[in-house]
Ligand binder design. Sequence first.
Ligand SMILES: Nc1ncnc2c1ncn2[C@@H]1O[C@H](COP(=O)(O)OP(=O)(O)OP(=O)(O)O)[C@@H](O)[C@H]1O
Ligand SMILES: [Mg+2]
Length: 248
Amino acid sequence: MPVLTTQVKKDKSLHREDNKTQQHVSSTTVKVQLQSVTKTYTNGTHALLNANLEVKKGEFLFITGPSGSGKSTLLKLLYGQELPTQGEVIVDGCNVAGLRGDRLSLLRRRIGIVFQDYKLITQRTVAENVTFVLQAQGYTRKEIQRRLEPTLKLVGLLSKADCFPDQLSGGEQQRVSIARAIVGTPPLLLADEPTGNLDPDNSWQVIQILQKLNSFGATVIVSTHDEQLVRRCNHPVVQVRNGQLSRK
Ligand SMILES: Nc1ncnc2c1ncn2[C@@H]1O[C@H](COP(=O)(O)OP(=O)(O)OP(=O)(O)O)[C@@H](O)[C@H]1O
Ligand SMILES: [Mg+2]
């Protein structure tokens, strides 16, 4: 179960980007840690306030909360799109704020991200959108082809492989973004409202896909407004309200 830590011991070694051995000190069982994290945007908005969270490897966690409560901010901090104003964000034993360049890229390669706004490339087909990242990461053509078909099948988009994003429905575009996030079988999957645009049947299918990845060992963190979906699953839930985290 994820732990909402109240007291946090600081591990100074996690600040040191140059110390490889110590950086992975806590990476054996804990996948993600937020230690007294506050995020204040430059316009003064406090998105997270003194948030503490621990997610163990292999867990499936839902993050719920009203619009504007800080769910996307929490996920953005985990892959380094945003940096904490105070506190530490630790993924795989690495202090995310301390990573730059190649080392940040290496961490991101191990994280699959389903963005709330999809971020599909409009001039590329479904297949190209899904395989783009694998190409950039140097996967061979053969390996890319081996992964593409089962992934598109899994999200029900095999017949749409050659379509462009503007030829798809909102729900189909959302499933392309899921396919892109999972095609590299990442050990950590962050999904920001992955069912936001789907009907109940499709939402359930998406959750089953994420659960499947979780059953293969991936740690999965999903933000959602969908209380019904959360109730249908038996996974731990952390609620964000006004930037503060609590267990439900
Ligand atoms: N780049 C930004 N600059 C300033 N304020 C921001 C920025 N991004 C988010 N915020 C603010 O931070 C707060 C948390 O936003 P966040 O996107 O994390 O909420 P959310 O829980 O994901 O909401 P939703 O359910 O609508 O997606 C909100 O008040 C939002 O307006
Ligand atoms: Mg959001």
